[in-house]
Design a protein around this ligand. Structure first.
Ligand SMILES: Nc1nc2c(ncn2[C@@H]2O[C@H](COP(=O)(O)OP(=O)(O)O)[C@@H](O)[C@H]2O)c(=O)[nH]1
Ligand SMILES: [Mg+2]
Length: 418
């Protein structure tokens, strides 16, 4: 699962990236935080207790000792049965007007973008920069325009790709009908990560309002409308209304209403604030729970912080209370679990002890689509496991489940395979 942070320069993408890829849940053995200067891992909390809790309860009920029963996540981590799973973040710098024609860091920008499953547009809701990111002082800029500009830029990029060879490519509609067009789109867009079902969804939405015959005669405007639908399917776009700490409330409200009307997700955010809080938390100066709208200064903090630093933190507290938290935890949680409809499931090798072959308890927590079947999970773990699939066991209920059984959030699954 990869989420790209996009937006014009100076809106706070890198600050947000730095804040979210700092792993600030208490763990010793997390293998990596940053893979690349602009690729990192953030952790999101599953919406259920780690199944280790149930395991401990069952073992305790049977009168056995539970001291050694702790989950051992291979990736992510677990704290007090809050299970955190990794999501990759990419700081996709370089969006400027004309990026789709290669302006700015145009081509690098587009290849970074191709890897993403979803995008968060970071918008400067405080309106202190122009469309190219130059500081302009507080002005009557329009964050909605900024949002629409990105949507149009992304569609132009997609249009550029499908237009290359269009007339010859869509000829197959003569013999194959709509299917020919869908195949053509899939073939040209697979390079930017498009899946066939995404293309079919986009095409069907387009077809609701448009005549899809004789595509070789379509105007550029009509193809652009198709590109807009394709963009929406392939790169769902969400919004962080950043610099909310200094934004004008009316501007913020307008933007939020606009984005919500399009059924997308938006939260007011403050990347600066989140970064400061996570750094202070990592240094054990404050106790800050992700997503919270307050924090406490630790004993260590009280002894180490200067009065200036304490004042700084109190200012941050005022901001936090006013904007109701920094917004990021809610934003990413809603994107992953509501909009993209992901669930977290736990494949194990031992259906009674919920261990892998090395005795690790609940080592893997996988983020998969909520329509994932038992066999689909087998494939997600390993192709061989999928190819040799015989049956699976729902370890919580000990019931045998077949290949087409759809999994639920929090399931612990043992796969039997040849
Ligand atoms: N007031 C305020 N400033 C912010 C916030 N997030 C980032 N900034 C500032 O905005 C400027 C640009 O941030 P940066 O992350 O480099 O933007 P990028 O070009 O989009 O990567 C820096 O001076 C940041 O400190 C925020 O939430 N509030
Ligand atoms: Mg940057």
């Amino acid at each position: 699962m990869k989420i790209g942070l996009v937006g014009k320069p100076n809106v706070g993408k890198s600050t947000m990236f730095a804040a979210l890829t700092q792993i600030n849940v208490e763990i010793a053995n997390y293998p990596f935080t940053t893979i690349d200067p602009n690729v990192g891992i953030t952790l999101i909390r599953a919406r259920h207790d780690c199944p280790a809790k149930l395991l401990v309860e069952r073992i305790a009920e049977s009168g056995r000792n539970t001291d050694e029963i702790k989950c051992t996540p291979r990736t992510g981590c677990c704290e007090n049965y809050d299970r955190y799973v990794p999501v990759t973040l990419i700081d996709v710098a370089g969006l400027v007007p004309g990026a789709h024609e290669g302006k700015g860091r145009g081509n690098q920008f587009l290849s970074d973008l191709s890897q993403c499953d979803a995008l968060i547009q970071v918008i400067d809701a405080s309106c202190t920069t122009d469309l190219s990111g130059n500081p302009i002082g507080k002005s009557d800029c329009d964050p909605i325009e900024e949002h629409e500009f990105l949507i149009s830029e992304l569609a132009s990029w997609i249009l550029g790709i499908i237009n290359n060879g269009w007339v010859r490519g869509v000829r197959r509609v003569q013999s194959e009908g709509d299917k020919g067009l869908i195949n053509y789109l899939f073939q040209t867009l697979t390079g930017i990560g498009a899946k066939e079902n995404q293309i079919i969804l986009a095409f069907n939405r387009f077809k609701n309002n448009e005549n899809t015959s004789t595509p070789w005669d379509w105007s550029e405007e009509k193809k652009h409308r198709l590109a807009l639908e394709l963009r929406e399917s392939i790169f769902p776009l969400y919004v962080a209304a950043n610099k909310a700490d200094v934004a004008d409330n009316d501007d913020l409200k307008k933007l939020i209403e606009f984005v919500k009307k399009k059924n997308s997700i938006i939260f007011p955010t403050s990347a600066d604030t989140e970064l400061a809080l996570r750094r202070a938390s990592n240094a054990n100066l404050i106790d800050y729970e992700l997503g919270s709208s307050d924090f406490t200064i630790t004993e260590n903090g009280k002894s180490k912080l200067s009065s200036n630093q304490i004042n700084g933190l109190e200012k941050i507290r005022t901001i936090l209370l006013r904007i109701g938290g920094t917004g990021f935890t809610d934003l990413i949680d809603k994107i992953i679990f509501e909009s993209l409809e992901k669930i977290v499931v736990y494949p194990v090798q031992d259906e009674n002890k919920w261990m892998d072959g090395e005795g690790k308890i609940l080592p893997d927590a996988l983020l998969v689509d909520k329509t994932t079947t038992a066999k689909g999970l087998a494939y997600a773990v390993h192709t061989d496991l999928g190819d040799g699939f015989i049956k699976a066991v729902d370890c919580k209920s000990s019931r045998i489940i077949g290949s087409d059984h759809e999994l639920n959030d929090g399931d612990v699954i043992k796969i039997h395979s040849k």
